[in-house]
Write a protein that binds this ligand. Structure first.
Ligand code: SAH
Ligand code: CA
Length: 228
């Protein structure tokens, strides 16, 4: 995968994946992911590759995973916090039945023909909880926005997701930095968000309302199944 020069100067993994080598990751992409990637996702991925913040995009293997997961759980009503150019959103949309729904939130609106709330997600969630009609209504919620708010999202999303439904928190291995020594030369934003990711991982592991599964896909995704 392309990396920027800065990543090379620091002791972080060059590929976005947490696998042991770029070659192994390329093998997965070329053998199992790209040949089955829907045309629309391929196009979006290629356009996004030229965008200045392309480091934020969901990787193709994670997109494939999300698409399969949503089909397995028969998801119909979904939410996504953190859209960027929409790769994970498209992976979601293509997995839903015709009457499926996605509520998307981002502080930047690109161009989507879906229910979209432009602006910070927290006040939107607060409003939904106040309304009282969204409790326990989501089959799947993908959280991929500001990592320093994940615990604030969790407090609210646990009410909005169905019992038996899933919340997926993305980037929970945070470029591998969760195990970096205290004095490791991390990029500024990696260092800043790392403490929030560490805190989130601890809290999720201790939360009795959910069952969790931490997957080393993409930059790490933690699936949380609401049990009550
Ligand atoms: N899931 C996307 C990647 C999201 S990148 C993909 O597959 O491409 C993170 C996104 O979170 C950015 O688009 C950013 O604008 C958005 N974001 C940051 N802070 C936010 C906030 N407070 N509320 C909602 N979205 C936010
Ligand atoms: Ca992400």
């Amino acid at each position: 995968m392309a990396t920027n020069g800065e990543a090379g100067r620091h002791q972080e993994v060059g590929h976005k994946s947490l696998l042991q080598s770029d070659a192994l990751y390329q093998y997965i992409l070329e053998t199992s992911v790209y040949p089955r990637e829907p045309e629309a996702m391929k196009e979006l991925r290629e356009i996004t590759a030229n965008h200045p913040w392309n480091i934020m995009t969901t990787s193709a293997d994670e997109g494939q995973f999300l698409n399969m997961l949503l089909k397995l759980i028969n998801a119909k009503n979904t939410m996504e916090i953190g859209v960027y150019t929409g790769y994970s959103l498209l992976a979601t949309a293509l997995a839903l039945p015709h009457d499926g729904k996605i509520l998307a939130m981002d502080i930047n609106r690109e161009n989507y023909e879906i229910e979209f709330k432009e602006g910070p997600a927290l006040p939107v969630l607060d409003q939904m909880i106040q309304d009282g009609k969204y409790q326990g209504s989501y089959d799947f919620i993908f959280v991929d926005a500001d990592k320093d708010n994940y615990l604030n999202y969790h407090k609210r999303l646990i009410d909005l997701v169905k019992v038996g439904g899933l919340i997926g928190y993305d980037n929970t291995l945070w470029n591998g930095s969760v195990v970096a020594p205290a004095d490791a030369p991390l990029r500024k934003y990696v260092r800043y968000y790392r403490d929030f990711v560490l805190e989130l991982n601890k809290e999720l592991a201790a939360d009795p309302r959910i069952e969790i599964c931490q997957l080393p896909v993409g930059d790490g995704i933690t699936l949380c199944r609401r049990v009550y």
